[in-house]
Each structure stands twice: as structure tokens, then as C-alpha cells.
Design a protein around this ligand. Structure first.
Ligand code: ATP
Ligand code: MG
Length: 427
């Protein structure tokens, strides 16, 4: 009996066509990171389980229900496939005393593992590009990391990605807010869902970013952390906003943006698109000044973000599909042997002049060629048949505008194309 073996549910093969696109993406990412002085680091995929419990927090989705944890059958060690990169990165930085000679800017890329319900944009093995800075406390670092993201979206030609930011303040400010929040949520306790009830006292802040529509009204009216910020936290947040404005990066303050991981303070941010359905967050990050001490190091500020590569690739695909519609400039349709030869010459002449041209190949009726011309997204079809050959002329059919077909001499073709495609006349 033979059974076909399958990949683990939620873990995907990346086949050659796609893998080549991933490589192209990775090249862009490496150049982009170099431009900001970030250096690569590579950590193991498996870490001691207590690392994530300590770094991420016991009462989080990740630690409560998403980790692939197991016991090493040879020595009984408790191990976990990394669900994210920040904890490992901090562990490596501390283990190798990387901060002994000053601040560091680091990045990594690779698979992460979370036992979630697989769906579009949500997998059990997925990939992140993670970016972390250590030893720099000011709002300039937060703002630069946000600006970096904007540049990457521009480099990739992504559109309609919006930025949301918030401040989580400092632990004392969160504590005061927490008290009021618990008091408020207690009044609505009967309406909370199971997660909400469980988190009411352990992690009430997380109730605020619930996706349960039934809780939206309660959550909307809850005390806002942002109203509890002290002077210093406010100044930090104002500093980030001022720099974003200087750089012309639009943002929206979302007081309910609290992030899934517990180690954040001050700035948090997310980049969101509406083009990918429910899984619309492509990048998330913020400041986590408390994590290094939480993992046993001397206090050092830190700030970072991670983006989901699968979601970015989907968005990149969409951006490219749209870009394709604009090219080529011309589709060249031809019929007959001498027309074919003339078409070659005419096509090269147009390319010399800087136009992109698809020269039809493979024969077929005039009608079927015109169909291909239309499907190519070209603005203009150029038609060469026996008549055109005899007169040393070509016909121009405008595919995207209501305009009469014209017949022009080969000598005048470039001029007509310039007028038709670029909107100028060559006087
Ligand atoms: P979500 O709310 O979508 O579960 P998260 O808060 O768990 O996201 P982070 O831990 O901040 O996500 O991870 C950063 C980014 O990694 C996310 O914004 C997303 O783009 C991506 N990501 C997270 N989990 C997955 C997953 N299971 N599959 C694919 N991408 C993911
Ligand atoms: Mg999640």
C-alpha cells in the first residue's frame, strides 16, 4: 500500500516560480537594510522553551496556544520552534555581549512557527524579516525604523499601506491605566468572551485588541492608555510624530493598538493594508526597553519590528499585476511573409526610439492577434498586412481610447507614436 506524503498542514513548499520571486524580494531587502546600517544575524530555529515564556509572557496567544514545544527525547530539555525572532535575537546579543562597544543595529530573516488555524496569510510555518536596534533610547530611532518601512514599500512599489501608531508609555503608567481598565471591564464582565474573562486580571490590555465584534462597543469606550502618559512618555511620542511629519509620512494614532507581545513600551506601530482581507497587518513593531533586563541583561533600550514575508509577497504580486497592465507600449500585429519581415524592422525601429514593443509570434488570424494585442495591455496596436507593405505604411489602432484608426508612413511612425503615447509632437 502506498500513500502520498504531504507537507505538514499550514507549512508550505515554495516552488521555483515563487522561490525566484522570494529571491528577488530578499535582494531588495538586503540592499534596503544596508542603506540604514543594519547588519545580519542568524539565530537557531530552536530555543529553550523558557526563553519565550520569559520574553513574550505567559498570558499571550503565542505562549498559551501557538508554540511548537517538545521535549528533546535524548536529554529531556524543553525546546520550542521559535515563534518570533526578537527573543532569540536578544538572547544572542546577551550571550555574546554584543553591546559591549556600543549600540547595534541588527536584522534577520527566516521561518517562524506558530500553531494557528491555517488560512490565507496565516500559516504554521511563515517567514519574517526582523529588524532590531539596541542601545538607542531616543524617538529618532523609532521614527527612523518607521521611515525605513515606508522606503521599503516604495522600493517594492506597494500602495495603500497605512500606518497606525500608539504609545504604551512606561510600566508605571500602564499600571495606573490597568487598574482603571480592570475596574471598567469588571462592570461589563458578563458580556466578555472566554478569552476576555480569562485575561481580565492577567492581561486586560490584550482585551482591547480583541477581534471579537461583540466586544467592540465595550472596548471602544474603555479607558485609553494614551490618557495616562506622563510628561516623558508624551515627549517621546511627540518626538516620533514630529519626525514622521518632517518626513511626510502620514499616520493615524490608534489608541487601541496594544500589540500581542508584552515587552513593548513607548512607541508601537503597525502597517496595514486593506488588499489582503482579514490578514492585513504586514508589519508590526515598536520599542521594548524592558526586555533586555527581563532576560537578565543590564538595562538597554531597544526598538524593532517584524514583517510577514508571505503577506508582503501577496501584496507585491498585486502591485505587479497592476503594473503589467501598463506595458508594453505597442503590440505589433502582422500577416503574410513580407509583412513579417517588415514587422521585425519596424519593431526594432520603435525600440530604438525607446518604446516597448511586443512583436506577435506564432501566426494566427488577424482577429486572434488583435485579441492578444488587447490582452497584452498595450496602448496601441500596429498592424502590417499586404496593403501596408505595398505602401510602406503601417496602421495604428488605439486600443485604450475612442479614436479612429490611422495609416501613417513608416518614416512618420515614431512621431505619431510620440504624440499618441507621450502626448507631444515633434516640431
Ligand atoms: P496577527 O494579529 O495577524 O496574528 P501578530 O500580532 O501575531 O499578528 P506579530 O507577532 O507582530 O504578529 O508578527 C509580525 C508580523 O508577522 C505580522 O504582522 C504578520 O505580518 C506576520 N505574521 C504573524 N503571524 C503569522 C502567521 N501565522 N502567518 C503568516 N504571517 C504571520
Ligand atoms: Mg498572531
Amino acid at each position: 500500500m502506498s500513500t502520498t506524503l504531504q507537507a505538514v498542514r499550514g507549512m508550505n513548499d515554495i516552488l521555483p516560480d515563487e522561490a525566484e520571486r522570494w529571491e528577488a524580494f530578499e535582494e531588495i531587502v538586503r540592499d534596503w537594510l544596508r542603506a540604514y546600517g543594519y547588519r545580519p544575524i542568524r539565530m537557531p530555529l530552536v530555543e529553550p522553551t523558557p526563553l519565550f515564556k520569559r520574553a513574550i509572557g505567559e498570558v499571550t496567544d503565542i505562549v498559551e496556544k501557538e508554540m511548537y514545544s517538545f521535549e528533546d527525547s535524548l536529554n529531556g530539555e524543553h525546546l520550542t520552534l521559535r515563534p518570533e525572532g526578537t527573543a532569540s535575537c536578544v538572547r544572542a546579543v546577551l550571550q555574546h555581549s554584543l553591546l559591549y562597544d556600543g549600540p547595534k543595529r541588527l536584522w534577520y530573516m527566516g521561518p517562524m512557527f506558530r500553531h494557528e488555524r491555517p488560512q490565507k496569510g496565516r500559516y504554521r510555518q511563515f517567514h519574517q524579516v526582523g529588524v532590531e536596534s539596541f542601545g538607542m533610547a531616543g524617538p529618532d530611532v523609532d521614527a527612523e525604523q518607521i521611515a525605513m518601512c515606508q522606503r521599503l514599500w516604495d522600493d517594492l512599489g506597494l500602495q495603500d499601506v497605512r500606518l497606525e501608531i500608539n504609545s504604551l508609555g512606561q510600566p508605571e503608567e500602564r499600571a495606573r491605566h490597568r487598574e482603571d481598565l480592570i475596574r471598567y471591564l469588571e462592570q461589563h464582565q458578563d458580556k466578555l468572551d472566554e478569552d476576555g474573562k480569562r485575561r481580565l486580571y492577567s492581561n486586560p490590555l490584550r482585551i482591547l485588541d480583541t477581534k471579537n465584534p461583540a466586544l467592540q462597543e465595550i472596548v471602544e469606550a474603555a479607558p485609553k492608555l494614551i490618557d495616562y502618559l506622563g510628561e516623558e512618555s508624551r515627549a517621546h511620542f511627540d518626538g516620533v510624530q514630529a519626525l514622521l511629519r518632517d518626513m511626510g509620512i502620514p499616520f493615524r494614532i490608534n489608541p487601541r493598538l496594544v500589540r500581542g507581545l508584552d515587552y513593548y513600551n513607548h512607541t508601537v506601530f503597525e502597517w496595514i493594508t486593506e488588499q489582503l482581507g482579514a490578514q492585513g497587518t504586514i508589519c508590526a513593531g515598536g520599542r521594548y526597553d524592558g526586555l533586555i533586563t527581563q532576560l537578565g541583561g543590564k538595562p538597554q533600550p531597544a526598538c524593532g519590528f517584524a514583517m510577514g514575508v508571505e503577506r508582503l509577497m501577496s501584496l507585491w504580486d498585486l502591485a505587479h499585476a497592476e503594473a503589467l497592465i501598463n506595458s508594453p507600449d505597442v503590440y505589433l500585429v502582422h500577416q503574410g511573409e513580407s509583412a513579417a519581415r517588415m514587422a521585425f524592422r519596424v519593431a526594432e525601429g520603435m525600440r530604438d526610439a525607446g518604446f516597448s514593443v511586443v512583436l506577435h509570434a506564432g501566426g494566427g488570424s488577424f482577429k486572434s492577434q488583435m485579441k492578444k494585442a488587447d490582452g497584452s495591455g498595450a496602448s496601441v496596436a500596429i498592424i502590417i498586412g499586404d496593403d501596408e507593405v505595398a505602401a510602406d505604411q503601417v496602421s495604428l489602432k488605439f486600443l485604450r481610447e475612442e479614436r479612429e484608426q490611422i495609416r501613417v508612413s513608416c518614416d512618420d511612425l515614431i512621431e505619431h507614436l510620440g504624440e499618441a503615447l507621450l502626448g507631444f509632437t515633434d516640431d
